[in-house]
Design a protein around this ligand. Structure first.
Ligand code: NAD
Length: 248
C-alpha cells in the first residue's frame, strides 16, 4: 500500500511509533526510524532486520525534538539517503500527570518544547521538500486533547495545540497536495501509559470504555496506514479518534 513511499516517523524507537514503522514496512514503505538517540533508533532497526525486513529499506536517526540543529541535520541526512519524504508521522511525545499547582512554568515549557514546538520544527523542515511532490502529514494527538484530563493540563493543552496545528496546516498546505490529519489515541499499552497511569485508574478507564479494554499499539497503527496511503486521498483536516469509544 505504501510502495515507493518514504515515511519518517518520529518517536519510533518504541511504543506506538515502532508499531507504525512495523506496519509501514509490511506495506513496503521505506521507513526512517527516529529515536531520541541514534542508539535507540539503531536498536529498533536491528529488531526489524531480525524480523526479516531489508536494511536497505530503513534508516535510523537520532532526532532530539528539542534541538533544531539535530532536526535539520536528520532531515538533510534523510533527503541525501532517500531523496524525498512522502509521509511524516509526528509521533514523538511525552506526558505528565500533575495538578496545575504542581506544574511549574518550566514543566509546561518542556511539554510544549517536545510535543508542540518539536512537531512544528520537524514539520517545517519536511514541508520545504514535501511541497514539491505532495504528501501526508499525520500528527499524534490524544483523546485528552479533545476532552481534557484531570491533572493533565500541560499535556492536554499540548495535544489541543496539535489539533489546532492539524486543522490549520490542512488549510494552508492543501494547495501543495499535502494532507494533514491527526490520530487521537485513547489508552494504549506502552511505556508512556505504564509510567503514568495507575492500575486503579486503568481499571476505571476500562470500565468507561465501550470496547472494555485498553489498546495495543497494533490497534492504532491501521489508522496511520490509512492516512499515509492513497486510500485517504481526499481526507485532510481530520482528527480520527481511536479510543475504543471512551469519552472522558
Ligand atoms: P512512548 O513513551 O512509548 O514513546 C514515545 C516516543 O517519543 C519514544 O520513541 C521516545 O524516544 C520519543 N521521544 C520522547 N521525547 C523525545 C525527544 N525529546 N526527542 C525525540 N524523541 C522523543 O509513548 P507512546 O505511548 O508510544 O506515545 C507515542 C505518542 O502517542 C505520543 O505523542 C503520545 O502523547 C501519544 N499518545 C499515547 C497514548 C497512550 O496511552 N500511550 C495516548 C494518547 C496519545
Amino acid at each position: 500500500m505504501l510502495k515507493e513511499k518514504v515515511a519518517v516517523i518520529t518517536g519510533s524507537s518504541r511504543g506506538i511509533g515502532k508499531e507504525i514503522a512495523h506496519l509501514f514496512l509490511q506495506n513496503h514503505a521505506k521507513v526512517v526510524i527516529c529515536g531520541s538517540t541514534k542508539e535507540n533508533a539503531s536498536k529498533t532497526l536491528e529488531d526489524f532486520v531480525s524480523m526479516g525486513f531489508s536494511e536497505a529499506d530503513m534508516m535510523a536517526v537520532g532526532m532530539d525534538m528539542r534541538d533544531m540543529d539535530s532536526i535539520q541535520n536528520c532531515i538533510q541526512e534523510i533527503i541525501q539517503m532517500f531523496g524525498r519524504i512522502d509521509v511524516l508521522v509526528n509521533n514523538a511525545g511525552i506526558t505528565s500527570s500533575a495538578s496545575l499547582l504542581d506544574t511549574s512554568d518550566s514543566d509546561f515549557q518542556n511539554m510544549f518544547d517536545i510535543n508542540v514546538f518539536g512537531t512544528v520544527k520537524v514539520t517545517r523542515e519536511v514541508v520545504k521538500y514535501m511541497k514539491e511532490i505532495g504528501g501526508s502529514i499525520i500528527n499524534t494527538s490524544s483523546m485528552v486533547g479533545i476532552n481534557g484530563g484531570r491533572n493533565q493540563a500541560s499535556y492536554a493543552a499540548s495535544k489541543s495545540a496539535i489539533n489546532g496545528l492539524t486543522l490549520s496546516l490542512a488549510k494552508e498546505l492543501g494547495g501543495y497536495n499535502i494532507r494533514v490529519n491527526a490520530v487521537a489515541p485513547g489508552v494504549v499499552e506502552t511505556d508512556m501509559m505504564r509510567n503514568s497511569v495507575s492500575d486503579q485508574m486503568k481499571e476505571m478507564l476500562i470500565r468507561m470504555t465501550p470496547l472494555a479494554r485498553t489498546a495495543k499499539p497494533t490497534d492504532l497503527a491501521g489508522a496511520y496506514l490509512y492516512l499515509a496511503s492513497d486510500l485517504s486521498s481526499f481526507t485532510t483536516g481530520a482528527i480520527i479518534k481511536v479510543d475504543g469509544g471512551l469519552v472522558l
